[in-house]
Design a protein around this ligand. Sequence first.
Ligand SMILES: Nc1ncnc2c1ncn2[C@@H]1O[C@H](COP(=O)(O)OP(=O)(O)O)[C@@H](O)[C@H]1O
Ligand SMILES: [Mg+2]
Length: 273
Amino acid sequence: MNRKTVSFSILSGKGGVGKSNLALNICYALHQLGRKVLLMDCDMGLANMDVLLGVAPEKHVQDILLNNQDPAAILVPFGPAGKAGLDLMPANSGMAEFADLDVGARGMLRDRLNPLAANYDFVCMDIGAGISPTVLGFSSMTALRLVVVTPEPTSLTDSYALIKVLSARHNVQDFHIIVNQVESPAEAKRTYSRLSAVCKRFLGFAPAFLCEIRTDRGLIDAVRKQRPLMELSPRSPAAIDCMTAAQKLEQLRDSLLIVGEIDAPLRSLPMHE
Ligand SMILES: Nc1ncnc2c1ncn2[C@@H]1O[C@H](COP(=O)(O)OP(=O)(O)O)[C@@H](O)[C@H]1O
Ligand SMILES: [Mg+2]
């Protein structure tokens, strides 16, 4: 029985809200806090974590299923100056047949990944946008779900739809909201309150607030330079906020481990779709 790995997925209703960048920088921040972290690119259709890191891996997560590849052999370390304990499992983009994995393939992947995942304190899944079965399946495998929203009305309605479908079809009701691209904490609170009020009224539960991430030009520069913002400018606003997110995740991890609910890094899948 595994007692220490806590997995979290990063998801959103709408694409382009900042999931991949937040996944990357929150993982980097957790590593700076001394944790071992595995970042999995699970956006099977539009994988791009390799691009954000400026690496060109030869093997990808798809090879585990296609070629029976050993999961440990496809990892790309990306910690500062090769410092161990921060690894990317890259995915191959543009493989149409992998954009949607069926429940059997996801279950097989989970069984292949769990022994490797157990070596880490945190496993982060960067998941595609929307409500496809792959998105829903991957995000219900993790112990925690972080939903990234922005103050745009379309982001709010799409996030609500995602939370609604996940709770109805996969019986998942714990969500933590990250409000990205805000100018102030007050703007984040307003955005969160709107989403939370709709969830409470129509679904009967409210997601929790994790943190806000400020709009930061430094992040756009980091994307262009293909390096994590946390590495290039750790004192910039979004980097400081990603560190806050990491600290909150540490607290959540502690409370999950105390409750003792974690039996495997990635949970069993519901067999229906
Ligand atoms: N906090 C932020 N400040 C400035 N720009 C941001 C921020 N978050 C996201 N962006 C912009 O949004 C773009 C898309 O982010 P990305 O992480 O690829 O989104 P997703 O994975 O949700 O599709 C980034 O390349 C960046 O230009
Ligand atoms: Mg992305």
